[in-house]
Design a protein around this ligand. Structure first.
Ligand SMILES: [Zn+2]
Length: 185
């Protein structure tokens, strides 16, 4: 009965994520009617996973993008698409496409992950304390859809002194549209 999912491997992966999410949350259904904002649900052991279910995930996400954003995965350093990107443009959430970071605050941290000293103005970027791997780190998530993005550290450059260490897999880069005077109204 799952054969129809084989047409879209990403969909299958999303379905697996959703199944494990459902197993953890217990009462969470297959998307319809599930309440993402239920604070009790958050406390029942489901907080390790984003509440986004397969029905809400874009169908074109790769398995790595799903693992990073929904299961707090971390891509290998220097393996992602954007760690060395210097082009001007915006970095949006790969799941919900809301703007999160910009080339204007990107800097070369030599870590192999895209690094920013601040989110874009007005971006919904939320932080949570992450105590996994025996460390207390500040996890950074998309405040709009809950996708895991990376971590923020306090060893960044001025003016903030912060280093948002973000997975390329959580981002969708949109190059700045070249201002062309001939196209202006
Ligand atoms: Zn998002």
């Amino acid at each position: 009965m799952k054969t129809r999912f084989l047409i879209f491997p990403a969909m299958l992966a999303a379905a697996v994520v959703c199944v494990s999410l459902t197993a953890r949350k217990g009462e969470m259904g297959a998307g319809a009617g599930a309440r993402k904002d239920d604070p009790e649900g958050e406390q029942k052991g489901g907080s390790e996973m984003s509440a986004v279910c397969d029905s809400e995930l874009p169908k074109n996400l790769t398995p790595e993008q799903i693992e990073v954003t929904q299961q707090k995965g971390t891509e290998r350093p220097f393996s992602g698409k954007y760690w060395a990107t210097k082009e001007p443009g915006d970095y949006n959430c790969v799941v919900c496409r809301k703007p999160l970071f910009s080339s204007k605050t990107k800097f070369d941290s030599h870590t192999g992950w895209p690094s920013f000293w601040a989110p874009v103005e007005g971006a919904k970027v939320a932080q949570k304390t992450d105590r996994s791997h025996g460390m207390a780190r500040q996890e950074v998530v998309c405040g709009n859809c809950g996708a895991h993005l990376g971590h923020v550290f306090d060893d960044g450059p001025q003016p903030t002194g912060l280093r948002y260490c973000i997975n390329s897999a959580s981002l969708q880069f949109e190059p700045e549209k070249k201002a062309d005077a001939t196209n202006s109204p």
